[in-house]
Design a protein around this ligand. Structure first.
Ligand SMILES: [Zn+2]
Ligand SMILES: [Zn+2]
Length: 182
């Protein structure tokens, strides 16, 4: 699939192998968002975002850092993919966060891995979950808010079972909203 527009999605792994994103995830994102999807590794001094009391990383501060220091082009939507456990102050953890109607979003694979729950590694399941969380956070960057339909990708996952129960696609109502801005 070749897109002529300059609109694109940048998947930006930080301390994560690009192999996780290549293939299926890139291919599906192209179809869902109808634009070019590229992988660009990013560097980040993650220690600056560590909260020693919570033993987690502040996703809001990471997003702010990128928005101010590495502003994206207006046509670009960037999704940082990190291996760190993320939080925002009012929640115990987050799978990801996004700048609503902005250019930057972030997703963590930390709690998407079966090993976090004491189970055996399952790369296929990890990729499925990761795709859903990437689509969800990118949806926010396109202005979508949370959806009450628990099968819709814009449903807010409170735990990994919620992520497993939803699809990587938008419900009709969310798709209509998205379609207007794509
Ligand atoms: Zn959300
Ligand atoms: Zn929806």
């Amino acid at each position: 699939m070749v897109f002529l527009s300059s609109k694109r999605i940048i998947l930006a792994p930080v301390d994560i192998s690009t192999d996780l994103l290549k293939g299926e995830i890139v291919r599906k994102l192209k179809i869902i968002f109808q634009r070019e999807v590229v992988i660009e590794k990013k560097r980040l001094n993650i220690d600056n975002f560590y909260d020693p009391v919570r033993e987690q990383y502040n996703s809001t501060e990471i997003l702010k850092y990128f928005i101010f220091n590495h502003p994206a082009e207006p046509d670009e939507k960037v999704c940082l993919i990190v291996p760190y456990d993320l939080f925002i102050p009012i929640l115990t953890f987050v799978f990801g966060e996004a700048h609503l109607n902005g250019n930057y979003s972030i997703v963590s694979i930390y709690r998407l891995k079966e090993s976090f729950y004491g189970k055996e590694c399952n790369e296929a399941l990890l990729k499925k979950r990761l795709l859903k969380e990437i689509v969800h956070e990118l949806g926010h960057t396109f202005g979508l808010t949370h959806c009450i339909d628990n099968k819709c990708v814009m449903f807010n996952s409170y735990n990994v079972n919620d992520t497993d129960a939803k699809f990587e696609y938008f419900c009709d109502s969310c798709f209509e909203k998205l379609d207007k801005v794509l």
